[in-house]
Design a protein around this ligand. Structure first.
Ligand code: SR1
Ligand code: MG
Length: 414
């Protein structure tokens, strides 16, 4: 092992103090540091480094995933993550953690410790509401998308950015996990609750109309470099506090369809809803929390649409894009894509390999199976009818329909 950190190795907590001091002038030379590994994801190693007065975070990309040592991943994803955050820092200052240094040798990012912020998923599982979230998040996303697209950027410069962010191996993960495997268990790694295996076979694997729509969405994902997207934006990749958000974990970023980020994220608000829906006691507080989540979906799409149109009108540089009607056409396509991707994400986190705590944390398996079928019915509705999903209320009424269909399904009566 090198102790000069001049060639790549996977660090453990004991290596990190020396590493940080070798790379940046942040702590005192002789300052005692405490290092704790805090990563709980499937992929990377995250260390919090605490000094006497200040702290920071080191995120290192391993050459294989944490969940499966035979699953190799490019360590260049650390660069992609850092460069996405640098772009977004300029577009919406304060909305991403500050990067102190990206180190290509160790594939490590040394960044701000987001003290005072908590992961949104953890907060929602504790039923904490964030009334300002839809406003903050819609501003971030509109800026992130419209200001990296051909609508506002010089087309040559945008194409240079497409090159900068090309990431075939990371894209391939989602082409499989999100775009393919909910519809065909191609690699025999899907994980479905035993009670729902028949439902998934009938409603997903054997539905050729659904598979056709999924194929269209997959080819959009692979062939539509509209804007710099995060691509793995969910409630675990956003830290929040009452008056702020910090988006991070952007290692899957590339130039893709604009609808991916709003759609993928919205799926996770529905997962938070599903977790609350599975509570045996539907108290007034739980009912109010579920209502707040659905109100947030509606408010988010309302604000996103409004801000997107305003940003388009004030900032479009492409002469043809300024043609009356073009913005509405473009936005309509984006919103349909978002609905479709929301459906894909709902399906893959329920059927596929990568599950989330919102569902796995539901202890009563019958209740979990029920909300998973509701989620899957919603997923199907969104994918098949995405052209008609133009506002937040279309999502929430589709969810209500999914609940009703589940309640009336004779196969699943208690
Ligand atoms: C090896 S990739 C596994 C998961 O981590 C990422 O956060 C993606 O969501 C993916 O499902
Ligand atoms: Mg990640």
């Amino acid at each position: 092992m090198s102790n000069h950190y001049d060639s790549y190795f996977l660090m453990d907590s004991g290596d990190v103090s020396g590493y940080v001091k070798s790379r940046i002038d942040f702590f005192g030379k002789d300052e005692a540091l405490t290092v704790e590994e805090i990563g709980d994801g499937d992929v990377n190693y995250i260390f919090r480094v605490q000094g006497t007065e200040k702290s920071l975070v080191v995120k290192q990309a391993g050459r294989v995933t944490r969940v499966d040592p035979t699953w190799e991943l490019t360590t260049d994803r650390g660069r992609i993550e850092a460069e996405y955050l640098a772009v977004q820092r300029d577009l919406t200052p304060g909305s991403v953690p500050e990067i102190y240094r990206y180190d290509p040798v160790m594939s490590a990012i040394i960044m701000e410790d987001m003290a005072g912020y908590i992961p949104l998923r953890k907060a929602l599982l504790k039923r904490i509401r964030f009334p300002r979230f839809a406003g903050l998040f819609s501003t971030f996303l509109v800026n992130a998308l419209i200001f990296t697209s051909d609508i506002t950027r010089d087309h040559l410069q945008k194409k240079e950015m497409v090159k900068q962010f090309i990431s075939p191996q990371m894209c391939a993960i989602f082409e499989k996990l999100r775009n393919t495997e909910p519809f065909i268990d191609l690699y025999k790694r899907n994980r479905i609750l035993p009670e729902n295996i028949g439902f998934v076979r009938r409603e997903f694997y054997e539905d050729t109309e659904l598979r056709l729509e999924a194929a269209k969405l997959k080819f959009d994902f692979m062939n539509k470099p509209q804007a710099l997207i995060h691509s793995d934006l969910h409630t675990g990749s956003i830290f929040v506090r009452e008056d702020g958000i910090k988006v991070f974990d952007s290692e899957f970023s590339f130039f893709g369809p604009m609808g991916v980020d709003p759609g993928n994220f919205t799926a996770h608000l529905f997962f938070a809803w599903a977790n609350a829906e599975a509570e045996p006691e539907q108290t007034a507080d739980i009912l109010d929390f579920k209502r707040w989540l659905l109100d947030t979906v509606e408010e988010f799409f309302y604000l996103f649409t409004k801000k997107f149109k305003a940003a388009f009108t004030s900032n479009a540089t492409d002469e043809l894009a300024k043609t009356p009607g073009f913005c509405e056409w473009y936005l309509g396509d984006l919103l349909a894509e978002a609905a479709g991707v929301c459906g894909l994400e709902l399906a893959r986190r329920t059927i596929g390999l990568s599950h989330i705590e919102d569902l796995t944390g539901i202890k009563d398996e019958t209740r979990r199976a029920r909300v998973e079928r509701v989620v899957l019915r919603l997923a199907k509705g969104l994918i098949l009818n995405r052209d008609r999903v133009v506002k937040g209320a279309d999502y929430t009424s589709m969810l209500r329909q999914a609940v009703e269909d589940e309640n009336h399904d004779e196969n699943y009566k208690e």
